[in-house]
Design a protein around this ligand. Structure first.
Ligand code: BG6
Length: 491
């Protein structure tokens, strides 16, 4: 039951007040796959024992039908061991109001939920709706008088360019102040993303070399094997750059490149991340490769002449004291050879090599530090070492860490769970700000105004051929020359 797990996991780290979640888009894809199973976990593990959820969507269904859909979603997408009785306890917390019922009905349902909690509660609106619908929902919340004192979680995309992002933020700020808004970027909720901060700032070893003197270049590489699924309409209008780079990859870059914050508080962390974005030079379209996988234009729902990129690779520069002259290479795409999420930091060559030419030194690229942002944090430090035997032959060796080896994987919160919990606690650390988003659109402007033509790539490949020129004289770290250590498979 909820209480027994509470003592193990959720006790003491949940929000101060009981929570009423207004989940708009409650029958949609994200709600089914992530949000309802996530809320279910947070409830049953005791993080939020006092919870009510008011589902809202365009579907004209009643509360029982909503509970049934939620049950099916949890059966299908809940990845942990469910316990007897937990579902019934959760189902009681679910209510539903169709959008067509209007503001008064919504206000009434939220009022009922709040009254049932019997003490001061906190309201969290979660907008899991397409961008075009977001402002309509915001106005509905205002009309229902549900905005004051509440928090609101917004899903990307936050605009499609600078102008639309500024307009969106202005309209949003008419109803909600910036400190009420939580713009979600689920990559920042991934355990390994937060581990970048721990790794950088809790250790004495690496931070002193985290700069242009020691680092040659950085790669943030997120190839996906996935195709479009049922998202053709969304994807056609969005493309890989807006879907992945402006949001997830740039946010990771922010963590990777920021200065040490004055404290581990939301304000100082956002400030340092925003300083990185301010130092970014506007993208140069000549340093961008846009790709489209062969066959994309034949997919249902895709324009036969579509110019949407399903792949993007680019060089990005951060023009500050720490990073001037160090290129950051970013790449992501659909239907690629492998699904990976890595950050790889390549160190500069030693100033002088005393090893014989044929020793193998440098033959397998520079020494690297690599973070894997897969669900279990993995890291590897690869370096040249001596091959046993006579003479001085060198091989690339590695030290590897896999979180699975710690036995702590059961404690990992899924990205959305972590972020929902943080929003409920009013913690903005892992969320993005209006200023940050607008700056990212600003540096994107040259690319959006003059995108290079899309080049075809074969599904199952690593992208168009020109990706190699982009990083020359270096090489992409992926595909790895050597796999991660095997323990990963056993975990
Ligand atoms: C989403 C994008 O935000 O992130 C998808 O819209 C992408 O296109 C997904 O596949 C990747 O997230 P994850 O957590 O599966 O790596």
């Amino acid at each position: 039951m909820a209480g027994s797990r509470a003592s193990r996991l959720g006790a003491g780290v949940g929000p101060k007040h009981p929570q009423v979640v207004v989940l708009v888009g409650a029958t949609g894809d994200l709600a089914q796959r992530k949000l309802l199973p996530g809320l279910y976990h947070l409830f049953s593990a005791g993080f939020i024992p006092d919870l009510r959820i008011v589902g809202v969507s365009l579907d004209d269904i009643g509360v029982e039908a909503f509970r049934e859909r939620a049950h099916k979603a949890i059966d299908r997408f809940f990845t942990r061991q469910a316990r007897d009785g937990e579902w019934a306890a959760f189902a009681e917390r679910l209510d539903y109001v169709p959008l067509s019922a209007g503001a008064a009905a919504l206000a009434e349902a939220v009022g009922r939920a709040e009254a049932s909690l019997g003490q001061e509660s906190q309201r969290l609106h979660y907008l899991s709706v397409p961008p075009a619908a977001a402002l309509t929902v915001v106005r509905l919340l205002a009309e229902a008088d549900l905005a004051a004192g509440s928090r609101i979680v917004m899903e990307k995309p936050f605009g499609t360019d600078l102008e639309s992002a500024v307009a969106l933020n202005e309209r949003l700020h008419e109803v909600f102040s910036e400190d009420q808004i939580f713009r979600i970027d689920h990559f920042l909720g991934k355990e390994p993303a937060q581990n970048i901060l721990a790794f950088r700032f809790a250790n004495g070893l690496f931070e002193p070399i985290w700069n242009r003197t020691f680092i040659d270049h950085v790669q943030i590489d997120v190839p996906e094997t996935l195709g479009l699924g049922t998202r053709a309409a969304f994807y056609e209008a969005t493309g890989a750059y807006r879907d992945m780079v402006v949001t997830h990859l740039f946010q990771i870059l922010g963590f990777m490149a920021m200065e040490p914050p004055t404290s581990l508080e939301p304000g100082p962390i956002s400030e340092e991340k925003n300083k990185v974005f301010r130092s970014m030079l506007p993208l140069d379209p000549r340093e961008v490769v846009r790709g489209q996988y062969a066959g994309y234009r034949d997919e249902p729902g895709v324009d036969p002449q579509s110019d949407t990129e399903t792949f993007i690779a680019l060089k990005c520069r951060i023009d500050n004291w720490r990073w001037a002259g160090v290129p950051f290479f970013l790449r992501t795409g659909k239907r690629m050879a492998e699904g990976q999420r890595i950050i790889s930091i390549a160190f500069r060559e030693p100033p002088k090599s005393m090893f014989p030419v044929n020793s193998g030194v440098g033959a397998q690229g520079p020494d690297h530090l690599t973070f894997d942002l897969a669900d279990a944090s993995k890291m590897s430090l690869s370096f040249y070492g001596k091959r046993p035997g006579p003479g001085m032959r060198l091989d690339k060796l590695s030290l590897q860490f896999n979180m699975k080896d710690t036995g702590l994987m059961g404690e990992v919160l899924e990205a959305y769970e972590r972020l929902i919990l943080d929003a409920m606690r009013g913690d903005h650390t892992l969320f993005t700000t209006a200023e940050g988003i607008e700056r990212l659109w600003e540096v994107s402007t040259p690319l959006l105004e003059a995108p290079p033509p899309v080049r075809l790539y074969a599904p199952g490949s690593w992208g168009p051929k020109s990706i190699h020129q982009l990083v020359a004289p270096q090489a992409w770290r992926l595909p790895f020359e050597r796999e991660w250590r095997n323990t990963d498979e056993q975990g």
